[in-house]
Design a protein around this ligand. Structure first.
Ligand SMILES: NC(=O)c1ccc[n+]([C@@H]2O[C@H](COP(=O)([O-])OP(=O)(O)OC[C@H]3O[C@@H](n4cnc5c(N)ncnc54)[C@H](O)[C@@H]3O)[C@@H](O)[C@H]2O)c1
Ligand SMILES: O=C(O)C(=O)C[C@@H](O)[C@H](O)[C@H](O)COP(=O)(O)O
Ligand SMILES: [Zn+2]
Length: 370
């Protein structure tokens, strides 16, 4: 057990804490009990997380005098869909979860997004606690209140803003992640440096390879990422402006996830990594930043063993027109016009609607090369 770090998200009557430390799951009862009106919770998780960590969570809740029931959904992005949303909401109703109860989302970003959305619509809104178990969910998806599911038309197209009442990020639970899932989550960590903190990116260039083994560095990386996200979300909760910077790499990434059918061919964080590389390439081609910036991004992703090019995605992809059509469903689109997060350098991202079709085509063409 390390001393937890707390990042507060000061959103008025929707304010909450993000607690970050090793061993927090074992303290879940004590951490959650003060939020409860009656000592019971409904847990929604996925089958992989249930097999590895559910018993421990239930024991910790029980030690705090809290009864629990759990629903385990299939693991993977395909679960962020209407059928599993329906199943979750119906199960929560069957459990007679009341408006003043708390639902626990115990898993990665898929569970957090789905369960957060279920909580947002159940009885027109019940509170929920995020217990994120992937690196991605700890640094990004559990914080900020974006919840939702995917559609064949695009990523996260059905959803709501619904802030959690508490986030408990047990960084030791990441030890059981598959290396590929750990690295995919790292895509979102690197994103924070790239979008707004050159010093953090330089720190990552030196320390990121050690995050898997060094708990103190891991805690620092998670806490720094969460603090950056909390700051942005506090200034712009519903993405009227600055929050769109958190979408760096996502216009490309989300289109690629839709193109690969939300399957294991491409994980969200991998799409973000490729998308960041493409966004920096596009920025350099438009003369917004020097060539050194995309070269550094590529070099770092390669050093970490992450994909950075379209040619690293297994199987066929749609042609450029097909990918651009998928980008047309991006939530940043205004009046039918695509908007991209571009950069003037590492840590200097901004939103632009001035990308020209031939520049975009050149980026996509080159990214298809091996
Ligand atoms: N709401 C937001 O702000 C936001 C931000 C970023 C990403 N997202 C969403 O998050 C999703 C991706 O999240 P993810 O990468 O966590 O994927 P995920 O939830 O599918 O988890 C990845 C895999 O890791 C397994 N897993 C989870 N915890 C584990 C553990 N401790 N040990 C072993 N295995 C474990 C899961 O079963 C799954 O197979 C995407 O749908 C993305 O759109 C949302
Ligand atoms: O919290 C945000 O805002 C983000 O954009 C974080 C992203 O990493 C995340 O993938 C988010 O779900 C994407 O948002 P969307 O609005 O493009 O679906
Ligand atoms: Zn993301």
């Amino acid at each position: 057990m390390t001393d937890p770090v707390t990042v507060h998200v000061p959103l008025g009557d929707r304010a909450y804490d993000v607690r970050i430390g090793a061993g927090l799951i074992d303290r879940a009862g004590a951490e959650i009990a003060p939020l409860l009106r009656r000592p019971r919770v409904a847990i929604v998780t996925d089958e992989t997380v249930a097999g590895l960590h559910l018993e421990r969570l239930c024991r910790a809740l029980s030690a705090g005098g809290i009864d629990s029931e759990a629903l385990a959904l299939p693991a993977g992005e395909a679960t962020k869909s209407w059928p599993h949303l329906t199943r979750t909401v119906e199960w929560l109703l069957q459990q007679k979860v009341e408006r003043r109860d708390i639902v626990l989302a115990f898993g990665g970003g898929v569970i957090g997004d789905l369960v957060g959305f279920a909580a947002a619509i159940l009885r027109r809104g019940v509170r929920f606690v995020q217990i994120p178990t992937t690196l991605l969910a700890q640094v990004d998806s559990s914080v900020g209140g974006k919840t939702g599911i995917n559609s064949a038309h695009g990523k996260n197209l059905i959803g709501a803003f619904h802030q959690p009442a508490l986030v408990l990020a047990d960084i030791a639970v990441l030890d059981t992640l598959r290396p590929r899932d750990f690295l995919a989550g790292y895509g979102e960590v690197a994103k924070y440096g790239l979008l707004g903190d050159a010093g953090f990116f330089a720190w990552l260039e030196e320390n990121a390879p050690k995050l898997r083994d060094d708990m103190a560095l891991r805690q620092q990386a998670v806490a720094h990422s969460v603090a950056m996200k909390a700051g942005i979300v506090t200034r712009d909760e519903t993405e009227q402006g600055e929050r769109a910077l958190l979408n760096l790499g996502h216009t490309f990434g989300h289109a690629l996830e839709a193109a690969t059918g939300y399957s294991d061919r491409l994980l969200h964080g991998e799409g973000v990594a490729i998308g960041c590389a493409l966004a920096f390439d596009l920025s350099a081609r438009m003369g917004l930043c020097s060539q050194e910036a995309p070269s550094r991004v590529l070099e770092h992703l390669r050093q970490m063993g992450m994909p950075a090019r379209l040619s690293q995605i297994p199987g066929d992809l749609p042609d450029d027109a097909g990918l651009i059509q998928l980008m047309g469903q991006d939530k940043k689109v205004v009046d039918g016009q695509l908007r991209f997060v571009l950069a003037r350098g590492i840590g200097e991202a901004f939103v632009s609607d001035e990308v020209e079709a031939d520049q975009l085509a050149a980026v996509l063409r080159d990214a298809r090369l091996p």
